[in-house]
Design a protein around this ligand. Sequence first.
Ligand code: SF4
Length: 281
Amino acid sequence: MKITIAKNAGFCFGVKRAIDTALESSQNKENPVYMLGDIVHNENVVEKIERTGIKKIKNLSPYQKGSLLIRAHGSAKKIVEKAATLGLKVIDATCPMVKEIHKIAIEMDAQGYKIIVIGDHKHDEVQGIVGQIPHKAIVLEDMADIKKKITKKIPKAAVVIQSTQNLEKVLQMKAALETYVADLQFFNTICSPTRLKQTEIKTLPQQNDCVIVIGSKTSANTKRLYQIAKSLNPNSHWVNSAAKLKKEWFTRVQSVGITAGASTPDETIQEIKSYIETNFS
Ligand code: SF4
């Protein structure tokens, strides 16, 4: 059995940078560090970071003293401001590509454009983007949302995109939005690692009998890789550990393609590859 790991599988530079920032901040044992929610969407990575002494919290409270680590996908402005009010030092691990989306949203909002974010409403990154601006943004997850949430014509709007969205879906939504907005400014803010992964996933399912997509069930970009893979090859499966692999997926299979979301560590990818080689090939 031939096993191919996609060239751009796993950690993107934004996630690597956030993890390095977290590990570095944990060195100073005198200064407790808190992270609000998961720094990246991967349980193994979060556990590793917690083992260094960094505490995961759900809310900010006056009892916390030390530093607050801002995750790779950013936070709303009011969270950073609250941390400063409470006397916490802010360690910002927000990916530069997410910062760029914040910058566009802030600038266009200040110029009077309605901000439209194409993305998953509940995702940290989307919450962080809408939380940068004083006016209410519209978040659109899919085509159905356009009809539901845009009930009248908008004179001018600026569209930004959650960094890990699927480009094809976004372009369809852009075309639909053009009928509602007279002056539509469109910013393709899908990040470069996501674009590379999405290009790879268009060929991997066709070149292999089976596709394994590795990543946490909470990872939006892994979910999208899986959706694309599944649409092209029904024998595509999404797992987060070797324990979830099923023997029947590999019956009469001669080639397996492996890819992984941006927050999946290399150890997990290698572990799953070895497990397939040992048990199913
Ligand atoms: S997926 Fe893209 S935006 Fe998100 S952390 Fe990685 S490089 Fe940055």
